[in-house]
Each structure stands twice: as C-alpha cells, then as structure tokens.
Design a protein around this ligand. Structure first.
Ligand code: NI
Length: 195
C-alpha cells in the first residue's frame, strides 16, 4: 500500500467521521423553534471563477446547491461535481434558477484562474468560488464544513474535507443536504420540489 493510497483511506475515514458529526448536529439542533431556520449557511465574501467579487446576496432569489471541495481532490470532488452537473442537466431550463456553487477548501492552489480552467469540465452552470484562507475558513464554518491539509509526501498535500451538498432556498436558508450516496436524480427531484 503506497503512502498516497493510505492517505486517501485516512482521508475517506476522516470525511466519513466528519459527515457523521455533521449529521448528528443536524439531528441535535433540528429547526430552531423561534426562527424556523437551521443554523447552516450565511453570508460570505469570495471571488468567483471569472474574478468577480460575490457574496450570498449575489445569489438571492435563486436556490443554491453548495459544495465544498478542491481541484486537486483525486476522486471524491470530481465524482460529486459530476453528480451535480448531471442533476443540473436533469433540471433543464429551470437550472437558471439554481446557483450551483463549488467553494474551494484549498485557496492556496485554487486561484480563480485555476477554478476557471476546472469547473467548465463538469458543467457550464457551475460557479466556483475562492478567497483568502481567512474568508474560506469563514464560509466553511458557516456551512459547518470541516477541512484540513493532509501530508501526501514529497511536499505534496491533500485536503480532507466534509463532502456534503447543501440545498439552500431562495433566501439562503438551509433546506436539506445530500451525502455522496445521493444520485443526480434524487438531487434534481429535491431541487424541483423546492423551485
Ligand atoms: Ni474532495
């Protein structure tokens, strides 16, 4: 077993544990009786893959699918982005009412120019976001997303991260989330229901 392979397995385990913690948080917190909002999501100040500054308000009025990952991710992120892209295809013309956001957890390597080369491979509607490490940390914290660098040897690194797709309503409020087990059909059906 190579170090690379071992670190992938460790990364998968970390993500699985993080997903479990996230899931238990959902159960534990439930919907706040006062506000009716699950405390997931919130404003962010980032740069999209065209170089434009954006915040949550930029996407108000549209549903949001929000996924955190990074372009160097060997398999989990590309797979999930393919699923999101397929879901957008299934949604068809109504996909114009959905902002599908891919927020990097690796801002040092994922400049907006790198993201501009990467996301069109998955779907023309995907919007990739990056920012300063501090702004990325704030966005990840708002979405309860865990991420951490993992040494991959020879000075290289991977980034362990929570791999959940969040569906947010037109006001940016949390509706539900999907794990990696969700199919494009399931995500598309949930988005359609929320349109
Ligand atoms: Ni990934």
């Amino acid at each position: 077993m190579t170090v690379n392979r071992l670190s992938l397995i460790v990364a998968a385990l970390v993500v699985a544990v993080a997903a479990g913690i996230a899931a238990s948080m959902f159960v534990g917190q439930g919907r706040s009786a006062l506000s009716g909002r699950v405390p997931i999501g919130g404003d962010f100040a980032l740069t999209d893959h065209t170089g434009a500054r954006v915040g949550e308000a930029s996407f108000r009025g549209r549903l949001m699918l929000v996924y955190f990952g990074y372009t160097w991710c060997p398999d989990v992120c590309p797979t999930e982005l393919q699923v999101i892209g397929a879901a957008l295809d299934l949604i068809g013309e109504d996909a114009s009412e959905v902002a599908a956001l891919f927020i990097t957890v690796d801002p040092e390597r994922d400049t907006w120019q790198v993201l501009a080369d990467y996301v069109p491979h998955f779907h023309e509607r995907l919007i990739a976001l990056t920012g300063t490490p501090r702004d990325i940390a704030a966005a990840a914290s708002a979405y309860r997303v865990y991420y951490a660098k993992a040494d991959a040897g020879d000075g290289a690194y991977l980034v362990d991260h929570t791999s959940l797709v969040y569906l947010m309503d037109r006001d940016g409020a949390y509706l539900r989330h999907f794990t990696g087990a969700a199919t494009a059909e399931e995500i598309a059906a949930a988005v359609r229901e929320a349109l």
